[in-house]
Design a protein around this ligand. Structure first.
Ligand SMILES: Nc1ncnc2c1ncn2[C@@H]1O[C@H](COP(=O)(O)OP(=O)(O)OP(=O)(O)O)[C@@H](O)[C@H]1O
Ligand SMILES: [Mg+2]
Length: 342
């Protein structure tokens, strides 16, 4: 079992507050992702959980034990946490197998058992055929996977991963996401995962926490973060979005030049409407808003368009096969299948 509970945790470096009052519980076996732009405090959060940093104020508990508090501080080696750092470090003088086996060796695990577990882990991270290679004979992505194998091999109950897939190519990154998720489920690990890649967060997490300048913007399921973002920052950070300014009345939102959409919410006056490009449909006959097809890009799987509505360019993403059906310069009508109002 491994839950992590934060009570009023803050972190300052000098006079700069990096993490503002953080209160949350990461439940046992949960996959939590800390998401946010560079410098927002994600690594700092992991370092506090691992015990490489002390919170300035507040308390961190792992299960029922206080690990950081005003008069308690348990050092990292006594916290039984697996961690893969953003700048993954593998032992340069050990081959891949020995790197992965290291945590088991220092715990005195028997040789046969080490062999079995290391082989299982190396297989999971697609490194079986590299087991005798030295780190300087590996690519950055391969070294990153050695670090991942080493963190997983001793089946920690709590695993901290700081952008562990950042050096992998797109295909491998995608397959490793599912591998990590599968391993987390299989071994029943609580994972705290750091990324600034929203697709990664979506694919793996039970709970996503979006940070901005050390302040939590939203804690929610991936679907709610995407479909019901708490504010414009979250909406914009997580996925693509168009923002249109309008005025909300009872029953509708009006845009410039009198175009309007139906609205059943309770906001009134100046509002910002957020609509994701894939939630807009387009045709040449009728719709709630009228514009001009300005540009259309064929990207294989999708048709990525810009529609000019009263001088505002709206991005519309349709399926690739629709490319060329509406020519550039043509009048086009759009409908919003789903939108949000801020
Ligand atoms: N030891 C330190 N002393 C002073 N400031 C620090 C220290 N470590 C981090 N910072 C600052 O704290 C802020 C948060 O850093 P952190 O590494 O947690 O960001 P991050 O969200 O992990 O960013 P990235 O996505 O770029 O890795 C940054 O402004 C950083 O410059
Ligand atoms: Mg970082």
């Amino acid at each position: 079992m491994s839950s992590v509970t934060f009570t009023n945790v803050t972190k300052n470096y000098g006079s700069v507050q990096i993490i503002h009052e953080f209160n949350c519980k990461f439940n046992d076996k949960e996959f939590i992702t800390l998401l946010g732009p560079s410098g927002c405090g994600k690594t700092t959060m992991l370092r506090m959980i691992a015990g490489f940093e002390r919170p300035t104020t507040g308390k961190i508990m792992i299960d029922d034990a206080v690990v950081s508090g005003s008069d308690v501080f348990i050092p990292p080696n006594e916290r039984n946490i697996g961690m893969v750092f953003q700048s993954y470090a593998v032992w340069p003088h050990m081959n891949v197998f020995d790197n992965a086996a290291y945590p088991l060796k220092i715990h005195g695990v028997k040789r046969d058992e080490i062999r079995r577990r290391v082989n299982e882990i190396l297989d999971a991270v697609h490194l079986s055929e590299y087991s005798t290679r030295m780190p300087n004979e590996l690519s950055g992505g391969q070294q990153q996977r050695v670090a991942l194998a080493r963190a997983l091999v001793s089946s920690p109950k709590l695993l901290l991963l700081d952008e562990p897939l950042s050096n992998l190519d797109a295909k491998l990154r995608e397959s490793m996401r599912f591998e990590i998720k599968d391993m987390q489920k299989k071994f029943g690990i609580t994972v705290v995962y750091v990324t600034h890649d929203q697709t990664e967060a979506m694919a793996m997490s039970d709970k996503v926490i979006v940070f901005r300048n050390g302040i939590v913007q939203q804690t929610d399921t991936p679907m709610n973060i995407y479909r019901r973002p708490a504010n414009e920052f979250v909406a914009d950070f997580v996925g693509r979005i168009n923002f249109l300014h309008g005025t909300a009345y009872d029953g509708r939102i009006e845009f410039a030049e009198g175009q309007s959409i139906k609205y059943s919410g309770d906001k009134r006056g100046d509002v910002t409407v957020g609509v994701r490009p894939e939630n807009i449909s387009m045709n040449e006959h009728d719709g709630v808003l009228k514009g001009i097809m300005s540009k259309s890009y064929y990207l294989g799987d999708v048709n990525d368009c810009r529609v000019n509505i009263n001088g505002t360019l709206i991005r519309v993403i349709e399926s690739g096969h629709t490319y060329g059906k509406i020519s550039e310069g043509a009048e086009v009508y759009i409908n919003f299948n789903e939108f949000m109002v801020f």
